[in-house]
Design a protein around this ligand. Structure first.
Ligand SMILES: Cc1cc2nc3c(=O)[nH]c(=O)nc-3n(C[C@H](O)[C@H](O)[C@H](O)COP(=O)(O)O)c2cc1C
Length: 442
């Protein structure tokens, strides 16, 4: 997975900036800093202290930078090299942002206990430090002495924290400056020095591009719900595990993923765009905005792939839900109406299979036979359908494992599982990759 193109004409074009992130609440701004550095043309490598990983995810930074993140001083890089030494030797500058009071002390004392201090100790490149902390912490003489040592004895540039609202709830001096201020400080610190390590092979390793790299993939997951009255819902037993596994697998293979999540029983993945929905109507609106062409004059690229893994309610209250809680006054008959078939609607709106840009993969929950799934594949004009056996114990809804049969338009099939849902997800994506490449399936 790569972080995409950088700006070839930016003031940091061709430079490698090592971004050291430490355990301040302001670490949540690190993705913004990465974006600003890349917009200025820099290749960015992230190093994190263990505390920083509690505030910002290495996965997000890996995705945004395109480089393996070094968050554990004692772990080697995927290619066997020592992360902080590679970073120290190839950086045009190291930016430590945000820098904690703890980190300023460790650095002032020369303690190489994390990847960020170790890289700073090991480099001859300029180091720019942006402290961020509570106002009293910044004003403490210990912090002031440590910061002064970094400037006076080590020649580091300190970008002082700004005044404003702090995460602690108070306000005062301690805020991390805006990314543009940090980029300016780096440009000044580097000056006209030649690029230190032009050879990509000697820079930190890039995460290899996956076979869905550059593809836009939309996936639905979980079960939709329909209100009956003010407190009750009609729902189904989908846990969303298969859809989430598909989103994670597509993300790890390099895709730009939007996960439209209905009721899901597990945590949603990081590193994908999330849209939350509840009812069929919500899902319909989300699908239309993610998959159908935007109004004339706007320029969004069409999705390459849509995988409809959500369990969509087949019925809802005719005439809408009761506004008030229904009373237990006697037997109750609910009048339900069928919901629209969203996948068929999207397929029809996108045009015939042979002409549309987006490949469509449906799921069909079956109890044994797959005849109905084959009929749906053709009736809805899909590219593939996944017949999901929800009848056998230990697979299907609510289970960690699944067993599916993939049905192709030409009548051929493949079986996957019983296997963990991630394995099933990768098996489905293998077929999707073949579809996207225009090749015949395996
Ligand atoms: C919610 C929370 C927010 C914190 N924010 C800051 C901060 O903004 N600045 C700071 O110096 N320390 C902050 N800390 C304390 C550091 O996380 C702590 O000192 C940690 O040991 C820093 O480790 P590191 O410098 O190795 O990353 C915070 C702690 C918590 C629990």
């Amino acid at each position: 997975m790569s972080g995409g193109q950088t700006n070839a004409n930016g003031p940091l074009s061709g430079r490698l900036i090592v971004l050291g992130i430490t355990g301040s609440i302001a670490a949540f701004k690190a993705p913004e800093i990465v974006r600003a550095l890349r917009a200025a043309g820099a290749d960015v490598q992230a190093l994190l202290t263990p505390a920083a990983t509690k505030f910002v995810s290495p996965l997000t930074l890996r995705t945004l930078t395109g480089h393996a993140v070094d968050a554990d001083l004692l772990d080697l890089l995927p290619d066997g090299r020592i992360g902080h030494i590679v970073a120290a030797d190839s950086a045009d500058a190291i930016l430590v942002a945000p820098a904690t009071a703890q980190w300023l002390g460790a650095m002032a004392g020369g303690l190489a206990g994390d990847a960020v201090t170790a890289a700073c100790l090991a480099t001859t490149a300029p180091v720019v430090v942006a402290p961020a902390m509570d106002g009293e912490m910044w004003a403490h003489p210990a912090t002031a002495t440590n910061a002064a040592r970094l400037t006076n004895d080590f020649g580091y540039t300190i970008v002082p924290p700004e005044s404003g609202a702090l995460a602690s709830g108070s306000s005062g001096v301690g805020r991390l400056p805006e990314p543009a201020t940090l980029v300016d400080a780096l440009v000044r610190a580097i000056g006209s020095a030649p690029i230190r390590e032009p050879s990509e092979a000697r820079r930190p390793p890039l995460v290899p591009a996956g076979d869905l790299s550059g593809r836009r993939v939309v996936i639905t997951a979980g079960g939709t719900e329909e209100p009956i009255d003010a407190v009750r819902i009609l729902a189904n037993r989908s846990s969303g595990r298969q859809g989430v596994a598909l989103a994670e697998a597509a993300r790890d293979r390099g895709a730009d993923v939007v996960l439209i999540a209905a009721r899901v029983a597990i945590p949603l993945p990081e590193g994908v765009g999330i849209v939350r929905v509840a009812t069929v109507a919500d899902l319909d609106a989300a699908l239309r905005s993610a998959l159908l062409p935007p109004p004339a004059g706007t320029s969004a690229t069409p999705a390459d792939l849509f995988i409809a893994a959500a369990a969509v309610s087949d019925f809802r209250m005719a005439g809408g839900p009761s506004r008030e809680k229904l009373r237990r006054d006697g037997a109750l008959t609910l009048h339900l109406e069928p919901t629209p078939d969203l996948l068929a609607g999207i397929a029809a709106a996108l045009g015939p299979r042979a002409k549309r840009a987006t490949k469509l993969i449906g799921f069909s929950a079956e109890s044994g036979a797959t005849k109905r799934a084959a009929e749906k594949l053709n009736a809805k004009d899909l590219d593939l359908i996944i017949a999901n056996d929800v009848s056998a114990p230990g697979i299907g809804f609510e289970s960690a494992e699944n067993a599916v049969e993939i049905l192709h338009v030409d009548g051929s099939t493949q079986r996957i599982g019983p296997a963990p849902k991630r394995v099933v997800a990768d098996g489905i994506l293998d077929q999707a990759v073949l579809l996207l490449s225009g090749a015949t399936h395996a």
